[in-house]
Design a protein around this ligand. Structure first.
Ligand code: SIN
Length: 319
């Protein structure tokens, strides 16, 4: 995969003067140096502009559109584009691209609320996430996208909604069109997976247990003595206290034990943490991660799937 990374200035490229005030001066190569990139993606660094985004005009953006169209049309071509610029006018650049750009590869805009050179900067992670989205062919169908804080927003709805916080971008009334988690792009499209099928009855007993700190697994043990399956609303990315983990791993040997998250949003992780009660150990021991499905819905899915006689792996395929 080949991605063009076009630097245009902004806070992401900021360097401080003697008074501690920032202005953009870092170029594309410097920005890329701080981001963790995957070796499978060849990133072509391009310096286009070096200015605060308040100084970028619509004519400057049309110049970027011409550049992107010609990069996409010229051999060896590119699979996607990332544009890093100031956040003040990011949404305007994104929408002008949506109105005018004919390139069919993903075009992803990003920036940073904190300069790349300060501790806690969001720039390097935003660049890595934006590059991941730029290599995702399905993302092209959504038009130009803004990637900030691991959220993916459509140009048409996105706006800068806070002047200082790292979580400064949102699509009010619509929400993001996807996220990047564990380096993977997850787009919320219309693909809900279709029906599992309609069982003639729902005879299986599936219990839903919410994990809290100090849970010792006694409730899970009790539920496991009569239920046909369990759904665990784990902490954070799908984590349970160590004592509960011991019980759940044992139960997963004889019944489907499904791992969801008690958080209101976000997926169950699969490969970030290790140790007793961590998601990757639980999954390796046979618990089934549900992706983004909420625990209440995971319970219904397991009931329907068991009613149809499906194997647990068919009900919750690893996505
Ligand atoms: C700018 O838009 O150039 C400054 C603000 C920022 O990048 O966050």
């Amino acid at each position: 995969m080949r991605v063009a990374f076009i630097a245009c200035g902004g806070t992401i490229a900021g360097h401080a003067d003697a008074t501690g005030r920032f202005s953009p001066s870092g170029g594309a190569a410097e920005l890329l140096q701080r981001a963790t990139l995957t070796p499978e993606v060849e990133v072509v660094a391009i310096d286009a502009l070096s200015m605060p985004s308040r100084a970028m005009s619509p004519a400057d953006v049309l110049g970027l559109v011409v550049m992107v169209e010609s990069l996409a049309a010229t051999a060896p071509g590119i699979d996607g584009v990332v544009i890093a610029q100031g956040t003040d006018s990011l949404e305007e650049t994104a929408y002008l691209f949506a109105l005018t750009c004919a390139a069919t590869v993903p075009v992803v805009l990003t920036g940073a609320m904190r300069p790349n050179v300060v501790p806690g900067s969001d720039g390097p992670a935003n660049i890595a996430a934006a590059i991941a989205v730029a290599t995702c062919a399905e993302a092209a169908a959504l038009g130009p996208l803004v990637v900030m804080g691991d959220e993916i927003h459509a140009a048409r709805w996105v706006g800068k909604v806070h002047s200082t916080r790292p979580a400064a971008f949102a699509s009010p009334g619509f929400g993001p069109v996807g996220i990047v988690s564990e380096g993977r792009v997850r787009l919320w499209g219309p693909s809900w997976g279709g029906p599992l099928g309609r069982p003639s009855a729902l005879p299986h007993r599936v219990e839903l247990l919410v994990m809290g700190s100090g849970d010792d697994g006694r409730l899970a043990e009790a539920a496991g003595s009569y239920a046909d399956g369990l759904v665990i609303a784990g902490m954070g990315g799908g984590h349970v206290p160590p004592a509960a983990a011991t019980v759940l791993v044992e139960l997963a040997r004889r019944m489907p034990v499904v791992l969801a998250s008690r958080c209101t949003a976000g997926p169950v992780l699969t490969s970030t943490y290790r140790g007793i009660g961590a998601e990757s150990d639980l999954i390796a021991a046979g618990l089934l991660p549900v992706g983004n499905l909420q625990p209440l819905k995971a319970r219904l899915r397991l009931m329907v799937g068991l009613g149809l006689g499906l194997a647990p792996g068919e009900i919750f395929p690893v996505d």
